[in-house]
Design a protein around this ligand. Structure first.
Ligand SMILES: [Cu+2]
Length: 64
């Protein structure tokens, strides 16, 4: 994605999850089942993130 774009996490699970950057550059806090959270990054870079509830869940957001 590019700066100025908006990314949306949609929780399609029956349990709450978070999208929390390892650097805490962003943190959705708890996203309830069937809810969503969006974020507009202000800085370029690669941001590894995870779910604070489930340590095996992780990903990375790349912003150009
Ligand atoms: Cu989770």
């Amino acid at each position: 994605m590019k700066r100025g774009d908006r990314v949306v996490w949609i929780n399609k699970d029956i349990f709450p999850h978070t999208a929390t950057a390892e650097t805490r550059a962003f943190d959705s806090r708890s996203i309830a089942a069937s809810a969503s959270w969006s974020y507009e990054p202000g800085k370029a870079g690669t941001f590894p993130y995870g779910c604070t509830f489930h340590p095996t869940m992780h990903g990375a957001l790349t912003v150009r």
